[in-house]
Design a protein around this ligand. Sequence first.
Ligand SMILES: [Zn+2]
Length: 163
Amino acid sequence: MKPLTEREIRAAFVNCTKGAAKRLSVPRDLAERPWDDLDFLGWRDPQAPDRAYLVIELEGRPKGLTLRCPGPSSWQMRRSMCTMCLTTHGGGVSLMVAPKAGKAGQQGNSVGAYICSDLACSLYVRGKRDAGAGSRLHETITLEEKIERTVVNVAAFVAKVTA
Ligand SMILES: [Zn+2]
Protein backbone atom coordinates (compact mmCIF):
# COMPACT_ATOMS: atom_id res chain seq x y z
CA MET A 1 0.00 0.00 0.00
CA LYS A 2 0.96 3.62 -0.34
CA PRO A 3 2.68 4.97 2.81
CA LEU A 4 0.34 7.04 4.96
CA THR A 5 1.10 9.99 7.17
CA GLU A 6 -0.15 10.37 10.71
CA ARG A 7 -2.56 13.05 9.52
CA GLU A 8 -3.98 10.78 6.80
CA ILE A 9 -4.37 7.96 9.30
CA ARG A 10 -6.21 10.10 11.85
CA ALA A 11 -8.53 11.43 9.13
CA ALA A 12 -9.33 7.89 7.92
CA PHE A 13 -11.25 6.56 10.92
CA VAL A 14 -14.89 5.86 10.13
CA ASN A 15 -16.17 4.42 13.41
CA CYS A 16 -15.09 6.83 16.12
CA THR A 17 -15.48 10.52 16.82
CA LYS A 18 -13.03 13.04 15.38
CA GLY A 19 -11.84 13.72 18.91
CA ALA A 20 -11.10 10.06 19.55
CA ALA A 21 -9.30 9.80 16.19
CA LYS A 22 -7.14 12.75 17.21
CA ARG A 23 -6.17 11.15 20.52
CA LEU A 24 -5.61 7.51 19.57
CA SER A 25 -2.05 6.14 19.40
CA VAL A 26 -0.67 6.16 15.86
CA PRO A 27 2.60 4.19 15.43
CA ARG A 28 5.66 6.40 15.79
CA ASP A 29 7.66 4.32 13.32
CA LEU A 30 5.49 4.95 10.25
CA ALA A 31 8.59 5.61 8.13
CA GLU A 32 9.94 2.14 8.94
CA ARG A 33 6.75 0.19 8.30
CA PRO A 34 7.10 -2.32 5.42
CA TRP A 35 4.50 -0.50 3.27
CA ASP A 36 5.38 -2.42 0.10
CA ASP A 37 4.35 -5.64 1.84
CA LEU A 38 1.24 -4.28 3.55
CA ASP A 39 -2.32 -4.61 2.32
CA PHE A 40 -3.43 -2.71 5.38
CA LEU A 41 -1.76 -1.07 8.35
CA GLY A 42 -2.78 -2.66 11.62
CA TRP A 43 -1.48 -2.05 15.11
CA ARG A 44 -2.21 -2.61 18.78
CA ASP A 45 -2.49 0.37 21.08
CA PRO A 46 0.64 0.31 23.28
CA GLN A 47 -1.21 2.30 25.94
CA ALA A 48 -4.42 0.26 25.88
CA PRO A 49 -3.91 -3.47 25.34
CA ASP A 50 -7.59 -4.03 24.57
CA ARG A 51 -7.50 -1.64 21.61
CA ALA A 52 -6.32 -2.12 18.06
CA TYR A 53 -6.62 -0.23 14.79
CA LEU A 54 -6.49 -0.96 11.12
CA VAL A 55 -6.32 1.30 8.08
CA ILE A 56 -6.81 0.08 4.52
CA GLU A 57 -7.00 2.00 1.26
CA LEU A 58 -10.31 1.35 -0.50
CA GLU A 59 -11.14 2.96 -3.81
CA GLY A 60 -8.16 5.27 -3.38
CA ARG A 61 -9.11 6.48 0.09
CA PRO A 62 -7.78 5.26 3.43
CA LYS A 63 -10.46 3.88 5.77
CA GLY A 64 -9.66 3.22 9.40
CA LEU A 65 -11.37 1.14 12.06
CA THR A 66 -10.99 1.27 15.81
CA LEU A 67 -11.23 -2.20 17.32
CA ARG A 68 -11.71 -3.57 20.81
CA CYS A 69 -10.21 -6.86 21.82
CA PRO A 70 -12.13 -8.41 24.70
CA GLY A 71 -9.86 -10.16 27.20
CA PRO A 72 -8.43 -13.61 26.54
CA SER A 73 -10.83 -16.46 27.09
CA SER A 74 -11.00 -20.19 26.52
CA TRP A 75 -11.31 -20.02 22.73
CA GLN A 76 -7.84 -18.53 22.59
CA MET A 77 -6.35 -21.70 23.99
CA ARG A 78 -7.19 -23.70 20.90
CA ARG A 79 -5.88 -23.00 17.46
CA SER A 80 -7.87 -20.37 15.68
CA MET A 81 -7.89 -19.09 12.14
CA CYS A 82 -7.76 -15.45 11.17
CA THR A 83 -10.82 -14.67 9.07
CA MET A 84 -8.88 -12.07 7.05
CA CYS A 85 -5.76 -13.92 5.94
CA LEU A 86 -6.76 -17.52 6.87
CA THR A 87 -3.60 -18.08 8.92
CA THR A 88 -4.02 -20.48 11.84
CA HIS A 89 -2.21 -19.66 15.08
CA GLY A 90 -2.10 -21.40 18.41
CA GLY A 91 -3.40 -18.48 20.48
CA GLY A 92 -2.39 -15.75 18.05
CA VAL A 93 -5.86 -14.83 16.86
CA SER A 94 -8.06 -12.36 18.73
CA LEU A 95 -11.72 -11.55 18.54
CA MET A 96 -11.74 -7.91 17.46
CA VAL A 97 -14.92 -5.93 17.75
CA ALA A 98 -15.52 -2.74 15.76
CA PRO A 99 -18.25 -0.34 16.88
CA LYS A 100 -20.44 0.37 13.86
CA ALA A 101 -20.07 3.77 12.19
CA GLY A 102 -22.54 6.55 12.95
CA LYS A 103 -25.75 6.22 14.90
CA ALA A 104 -25.71 2.42 14.97
CA GLY A 105 -22.39 2.53 16.78
CA GLN A 106 -23.58 5.12 19.28
CA GLN A 107 -26.44 2.74 20.05
CA GLY A 108 -23.90 0.05 20.88
CA ASN A 109 -23.99 -1.99 17.67
CA SER A 110 -20.74 -3.59 16.64
CA VAL A 111 -19.23 -6.11 14.24
CA GLY A 112 -16.71 -8.73 15.34
CA ALA A 113 -14.13 -10.81 13.52
CA TYR A 114 -11.28 -13.12 14.45
CA ILE A 115 -8.08 -11.44 13.28
CA CYS A 116 -4.35 -12.11 13.77
CA SER A 117 -3.60 -10.59 17.19
CA ASP A 118 -0.70 -8.56 15.80
CA LEU A 119 -2.73 -7.53 12.73
CA ALA A 120 0.20 -8.59 10.54
CA CYS A 121 -1.98 -10.55 8.09
CA SER A 122 -0.12 -9.08 5.10
CA LEU A 123 3.19 -10.47 6.38
CA TYR A 124 1.79 -13.93 7.17
CA VAL A 125 0.27 -14.16 3.68
CA ARG A 126 3.64 -13.29 2.13
CA GLY A 127 5.54 -15.69 4.37
CA LYS A 128 7.46 -12.76 5.91
CA ARG A 129 6.24 -13.62 9.37
CA ASP A 130 5.89 -17.16 10.64
CA ALA A 131 2.93 -18.32 12.69
CA GLY A 132 4.43 -21.77 13.38
CA ALA A 133 4.03 -25.22 11.89
CA GLY A 134 0.75 -25.94 10.13
CA SER A 135 -0.20 -22.29 10.09
CA ARG A 136 -0.86 -22.09 6.38
CA LEU A 137 -3.39 -24.20 4.56
CA HIS A 138 -1.89 -26.06 1.66
CA GLU A 139 -3.34 -24.13 -1.22
CA THR A 140 -2.71 -24.10 -4.93
CA ILE A 141 -3.69 -20.47 -5.46
CA THR A 142 -1.00 -17.88 -6.13
CA LEU A 143 0.35 -15.33 -3.68
CA GLU A 144 -1.45 -12.60 -5.64
CA GLU A 145 -4.73 -14.44 -5.18
CA LYS A 146 -4.09 -14.86 -1.45
CA ILE A 147 -3.32 -11.15 -1.16
CA GLU A 148 -6.45 -10.29 -3.09
CA ARG A 149 -8.53 -12.56 -0.87
CA THR A 150 -7.18 -10.88 2.27
CA VAL A 151 -8.00 -7.43 0.86
CA VAL A 152 -11.50 -8.61 -0.08
CA ASN A 153 -12.03 -9.95 3.46
CA VAL A 154 -10.82 -6.74 5.12
CA ALA A 155 -12.89 -4.62 2.71
CA ALA A 156 -15.96 -6.73 3.56
CA PHE A 157 -15.32 -6.18 7.27
CA VAL A 158 -15.03 -2.41 6.74
CA ALA A 159 -18.23 -2.49 4.67
CA LYS A 160 -20.09 -4.23 7.52
CA VAL A 161 -18.90 -1.58 9.97
CA THR A 162 -19.98 1.29 7.73
CA ALA A 163 -23.23 -0.35 6.53
ZN1 LIG B 1 -4.60 -12.56 9.70
